[in-house]
Design a protein around this ligand. Structure first.
Ligand SMILES: Cc1cc2nc3c(=O)[nH]c(=O)nc-3n(C[C@H](O)[C@H](O)[C@H](O)COP(=O)(O)OP(=O)(O)OC[C@H]3O[C@@H](n4cnc5c(N)ncnc54)[C@H](O)[C@@H]3O)c2cc1C
Length: 200
């Protein structure tokens, strides 16, 4: 990261900050959320990179900035309040983990809770109803609103000419243990070349 002391950049490209979200060695640079490497006794390896950490850190920093403006000298330290996590893993399936009281749920009931909470968190009644109707339509029609376009996938790092040379020079599969090369019939080399041309 340009302009940031390299010693402050730790695992996961995160920047070391103190409990107030201030970058180490500075007094007015704040780093929050996914980018912040903040260690606390409860989270010695840093916090999980999830939205609730980012939101709660932003809240603490906002309160501290207000205190700074009022020329107060005491500030709030960040302490993550882990309310649990949930994720949907397919149609009618979800997992829910609540730390206090310790509850773990999975399956259809967990999926209902996941939907209920997400609907509840959507701002505005109109938006909530629209999303709910959308979900019902998708549920009935099996329509996936997610549309992703991937570039053509090209696995080997070597240039096709090199791959060709190695296949020719290797005396069969036993002589060359690389699975990518062993399983390359001549027509596949043409495909690889096309893929390489596409990438260029
Ligand atoms: C696929 C996916 C699914 C996820 N699902 C969940 C989930 O279910 N639950 C959950 O809690 N968390 C989830 N997360 C994690 C969650 O999105 C992040 O933890 C959260 O968004 C972190 O917030 P942030 O403000 O730190 O960063 P971000 O939300 O990434 O915000 C950073 C912002 O800075 C902008 N930005 C970047 N560079 C610049 C620049 N040079 N100049 C100006 N702006 C810039 C970006 O465009 C972005 O808007 C998911 C993440 C991914 C990728």
């Amino acid at each position: 990261m340009e302009g940031i002391d390299k010693t402050l950049v730790v695992r996961g490209n995160r920047i070391k900050v103190n409990r107030y979200g201030v970058m180490e060695g500075s007094n007015n640079i704040y780093v929050l959320g996914d980018l912040a490497a903040m260690t606390t006794p409860k989270w010695p390896n840093g916090h999980p990179q999830v939205a609730s950490v980012a939101i709660q850190q932003a809240d603490v920093v906002a309160q501290n900035l207000k205190r700074l403006e009022r020329k107060l000298t005491t500030f709030y330290e960040f302490e993550y309040n882990d309310k649990g996590s949930m994720a949907t893993v397919g149609r009618n399936k979800a997992v829910v983990d609540i730390p206090k009281p310790k509850i773990h749920m999975k399956g259809f009931f967990a999926w209902l809770i996941w939907m209920g909470l997400h609907l509840f968190l959507i701002l505005g009644v109109k938006n909530r109803i629209m999303v709910f109707i959308n979900w019902i339509v998708n549920y009935i029609t099996y329509d996936q609103s997610l549309r992703l376009i991937f570039r053509e996938f090209y696995r080997p790092k070597q240039k096709p000419e090199e791959v060709k040379k190695q296949v020719v020079s290797s005396g069969g599969p036993a002589a060359n243990p690389s699975p990518a090369i062993v399983s390359s019939p001549p027509q596949q080399i043409d495909v690889l070349k096309e893929a390489a041309d596409f990438k260029r």
